[in-house]
Ligand binder design. Structure first.
Ligand SMILES: NC(=O)c1ccc[n+]([C@@H]2O[C@H](COP(=O)([O-])OP(=O)(O)OC[C@H]3O[C@@H](n4cnc5c(N)ncnc54)[C@H](OP(=O)(O)O)[C@@H]3O)[C@@H](O)[C@H]2O)c1
Length: 250
């Protein structure tokens, strides 16, 4: 922790009430940030608001108008934005033969379309010299059976992030992606299309497959987010930083 990195910064986190987003929120707060968080679950939003003194807003990232409203509320409370973390995302497993249009649209509506328009909504209120970090996934480059919709959404997000980076250069806004490997968060237990036994079997398979033989803690991913959002990363733009225990080398 470096207390000076985010002192008095306004950090907006889409998907900040659980898992990686909550770990990042705690870390930003510990380094002095004022927080606006979004999510869907009122209970964990209230808990995050209480714990972190954050403005925690119920806002569905699949609905760009709600992301816009969350940005406006955050700016009204905390002023112009220094850092945006577009982290909200859902899992989703389905083999290609069975994958339905509804399933595809559900995953893409949040993980790609929703993420794109959330970042876009923040642009008019993001300070020049600020930073955007998107949460991608190592799944975007892995041929994991059943992961087509999710992988395609995260690969698309990475592509869009690079265009954000290029277009925002004149404003000095850096845009990067942090791509986690398997990380121990509630997401594991809410993988759409997979029951509890399926999730446990997936955990075992993952531990065996990851070169470091373990699943990451959310804080390990959050640390990379804070680095890319900070001035320490002042010459880093448009990268996709894998925090994945070495999976990218597989
Ligand atoms: N865990 C992993 O192994 C892993 C690996 C690679 C990438 N990722 C990515 O990391 C990011 C964070 O996931 P996580 O593992 O921390 O999972 P998580 O604990 O389930 O957190 C997901 C976050 O996104 C929010 N969210 C989901 N759908 C939303 C929507 N429609 N509108 C607004 N907020 C929404 C959730 O809010 P609610 O709780 O209120 O719904 C929550 O804050 C995701 O983008 C995920 O794809 C995770």
């Amino acid at each position: 922790m470096r207390p000076d990195r985010f002192t008095d910064s306004h950090v907006l986190i889409f998907g900040g009430n659980s898992g990686i987003g909550l770990a990042a929120a705690r870390a930003f707060k510990a380094e002095g940030a004022r927080l606006t968080l979004t999510g869907r679950d009122q209970i964990t939003l209230d808990e995050a608001a209480k714990e972190l003194g954050a403005l925690a807003l119920r806002s569905d990232m699949a609905k760009p108008a709600e992301s816009k409203a969350a940005v406006a509320a955050g700016v009204a409370k905390h002023g112009a934005i220094d850092v945006v973390l577009v982290n909200a995302g859902i899992g989703g497993f389905s083999g290609v033969a069975e994958l339905t249009e509804e399933f595809w649209d559900g995953v893409h509506g949040v993980n790609l379309r929703g993420a794109f328009f959330a970042a876009q909504a923040a642009l008019p209120h993001l300070k020049d010299g600020g930073a955007i970090v998107f949460t991608g996934s190592v799944g975007s480059i892995m041929a994991l059976p059943g992961n087509a919709a999710y992988a395609a959404a995260k690969a698309g997000l990475r592509a869009a992030a690079r265009i954000f980076a290029a277009e925002l250069l004149p404003r000095g806004i850096r845009v990067n992606v942090v791509s986690p490997g398997p990380t121990e968060t509630p997401l594991f237990n809410r993988n759409v299309g997979m029951g509890p036994e399926g999730v446990e079997a997936l955990r075992r398979e993952i531990r065996a497959a990851v070169p470091m033989k373990r699943i990451a803690e959310a804080e390990e991913v959050a640390a990379a987010v804070l680095f890319l959002a900070s001035r320490e990363a002042s010459y880093i733009n448009g990268v996709d930083l894998f925090v994945d225990g070495g999976c990218v080398e597989l």
